[in-house]
Design a protein around this ligand. Structure first.
Ligand SMILES: NC(=O)c1ccc[n+]([C@@H]2O[C@H](COP(=O)([O-])OP(=O)(O)OC[C@H]3O[C@@H](n4cnc5c(N)ncnc54)[C@H](O)[C@@H]3O)[C@@H](O)[C@H]2O)c1
Ligand SMILES: O[C@H]1[C@H](O)[C@@H](O)[C@H](O)[C@@H](O)[C@H]1O
Length: 342
């Protein structure tokens, strides 16, 4: 596959054509280079048809397996809901197809381990997980600064993750498993530590939270490097989409996410605007992520967040959901890391 794809555009099947899937189809078709969408699959036939109609030569399917079996498919982008990811990943591995799987890899650590074992049986990495913050220019700068060691050892990481409003089906556990999943990965990646324990504190819910939703929550990760990483997750803040991170190190601090690219002074006031959702705040990150995946895939490589990263984040979130339910501190014991992910 890799040799063929090096000379021609990579043929991508996009599985799941909802909000993210349709946006990734647009991105591959209009924004990035080196790939074309040749198939889409969605259990909702009308949705698949409508998205396929926007791209010449794209065939709609309702069965992901049928889409992946099409002759012109070289790679798979999974954007169905988390519980559907395992089956699609395993089917893609059966065809030995490269995959970019939106986060979460899977919703729990047992299913993530089954995916990891299937990839180990292939004997080479095939899948990348869609932790797009690793491609966001601000996160990339922060990671580069930490890697120089100028600031000294990281002691604490403070994260804020705010959404304007949660979708109707959002549950209290999903604040952890769907949203804080990003900070589980960002903490591991920025600090280079594994997370060993998680505590979830629950302030009185906001009056703006839909009935019964425990929103906001305050999550504390402990790491094997002795650092603490805290996350304010507030998915019905009402005013904007904000993702901020501040690392406190022995000799200084560094902070991203203030969004002060444009500050205006007018009529006795100063200020700027706040993004309203993730597609706006992380637009560049998604573009860079998909371009990097296409480029690496055409070279026959897998370079992004790995199945191990997806498994570790799933284990952290699973512990977080238990900590939310019990109101206590839950320790995390990861499996041994296989050499494939060293
Ligand atoms: N990286 C990010 O910032 C980010 C942002 C939003 C969503 N996501 C992730 O992207 C994925 C999709 O989220 P979304 O917001 O687009 O959801 P969505 O509900 O808008 O779309 C999901 C689509 O998948 C379809 N579907 C359901 N089961 C399927 C199956 N078995 N096979 C094929 N299609 C199936 C649904 O009909 C729907 O059209 C999730 O994993 C989510 O966590 C990531
Ligand atoms: O699925 C979405 C997505 O991952 C966003 O990046 C995050 O901000 C939301 O909280 C989450 O619900």
């Amino acid at each position: 596959m890799a040799e063929r794809a090096t000379h021609t555009a990579l043929g991508v099947a996009v599985i799941g054509t909802g909000r993210m899937g349709a946006d990734h189809v647009r991105r591959i078709h209009e924004v990035i280079s080196g790939a074309r969408v040749v198939a889409v699959a969605d259990v909702d036939a009308e949705r698949a048809k409508a998205v396929a109609a926007r791209v010449d030569g794209c065939t709609p399917y309702t069965d992901p397996a049928a889409a992946m079996a099409a002759a012109d498919v070289d790679a798979v982008l999974i954007a169905s809901p988390g519980p559907a990811h395992e089956a699609t990943l395993l089917a893609a591995f059966e065809h030995d197809l490269p995959v970019l799987c939106e986060k979460p890899l899977t919703p729990d650590s047992a299913s993530a381990l089954r995916v990891l074992e299937a990839e180990l049986r292939l004997g080479h990495r095939r899948a990348q997980v869609g932790f797009m913050r690793r491609y966001d220019p601000e996160y990339v700068k922060l990671k580069a600064l930490l890697t120089t060691g100028q600031l000294g050892r990281p002691l604490m990481l403070h994260n804020r993750h705010r959404n304007v409003a949660s979708p109707p089906s959002f549950t209290s556990s999903m604040l952890i498993s769907d949203s804080v999943a990003h900070e589980a990965d960002a903490t591991r990646w920025l600090l280079g530590h594994e997370i060993t324990a998680v505590t979830v504190l629950r302030p009185a819910p906001s009056a703006g939270a839909p009935g019964g939703l425990r929103d906001p929550q305050f999550v504390v990760f402990e790491t094997d490097g002795g650092a603490l990483s805290d996350v304010e997750i507030f998915v019905n803040c009402g005013f904007g989409y904000q993702v901020q991170a501040e690392v406190v190190c022995e000799r200084g601090t560094a902070r991203i996410g203030d969004g002060h690219a444009l500050v205006t002074n007018m009529a006795g006031r100063w200020g700027g605007t706040i993004a309203q959702d993730f597609t706006e705040r992380f637009e560049t990150a998604y573009d860079q992520e998909i371009q990097a995946w296409v480029d690496a895939t055409r070279r026959g490589e897998v370079t992004g967040p790995s199945v191990w990263d997806g498994y570790a984040a799933a284990a952290v979130c699973e512990a977080g959901v238990r900590a939310l339910d019990d109101g206590g501190r839950v320790e995390i014991a990861l499996e041994r890391k296989p050499a494939l992910y060293a």
